[in-house]
Write a protein that binds this ligand. Structure first.
Ligand code: CTP
Length: 222
């Protein structure tokens, strides 16, 4: 007996960010982070399999996705990711911000490679736009915006603060305190906090299984 595919997200447009951002210092150097992009890509794949039209905005990663329902836009910096998100957001039903966006970028980009001279070198950094917060504060009533929070102290409290400050509908909390969870791992352990205060805790699972839990949760929110 063949089982029918689960197309619960058919007709839904979903914007997903994934991976790190690279903030250029000079032609050969950047500020980055250890995000692998695996979580965001797993969410893109799971939702696309469930019929969603997925717009994936990805920082530099070593993953390829080849799915008829996924349109990938590769970016490098937070500003580029921000512009790509603004380009699509109006037409989206759901936005899931799984990228590890750099909070700051170098104030100046040096066109020439910075030479080694003094014993100390100071880099001045300026704040990047907060993509999740911008989308959260501009969303319409029929749009759902979901963020991630990576915390290693006062996790639940900090995640709730993020949920409120960024006006998100839900926050997926990742803890850095669990072995096997977070950046670079194949597995993740999440807690989902909804705007209405409901909290759902999940055990350590593969990122694909975690993506399915997030999909289930979004379905309930729709
Ligand atoms: N985020 C974003 N744009 C930024 C920074 C973060 O869209 N410039 C999003 C991330 O994609 C994630 C959420 O905001 O969904 C939380 O990211 P996190 O780094 O945990 O929070 P920050 O706001 O950067 O706060 P802090 O680093 O001080 O904990």
């Amino acid at each position: 007996m063949s089982t029918l595919p689960n197309l619960s997200f058919f007709g839904k447009r979903v914007l997903i960010t994934a991976g790190p951002t690279y903030e250029k210092i000079d032609p050969v150097r950047f500020i980055g982070n250890y995000s692998s992009g695996k979580m965001g890509y797993a969410i893109a794949e799971v939702l696309a399999d469930m019929g969603a039209e997925v717009y994936l905005i990805s920082g530099p990663v070593n993953i390829k996705i080849d799915h008829p329902n996924v349109k990938v836009t590769m970016v490098e910096s937070a500003n580029q990711m921000f512009d790509a998100c603004l380009h699509y957001f109006d037409k989206m039903d759901i936005a899931i911000m799984a990228a590890a966006v750099a909070d700051y970028r170098p104030a100046e980009f040096s066109e020439v490679k910075i030479k080694k001279k003094e014993e100390e070198l100071t880099l001045r950094l300026v704040k990047n736009p907060d993509i999740l917060s911008t989308l959260g504060h501009s969303k319409k009533n029929n749009q759902i915006v979901i963020g991630f929070a990576l915390e290693n102290n006062n996790e639940l409290e900090n995640a709730k603060i993020k949920l409120n400050n960024k006006n998100a509908d839900a926050i997926v909390l990742n803890t850095l305190n669990n072995a096997g969870a977070g950046f670079q791992f194949e597995t993740n352990q999440i807690t989902i906090i909804l705007k209405n205060g409901a909290i759902f805790e999940f055990p350590l699972k593969s990122k694909t299984e975690v993506a399915k839990d997030i999909a289930e949760c979004v379905l309930k929110m729709l």
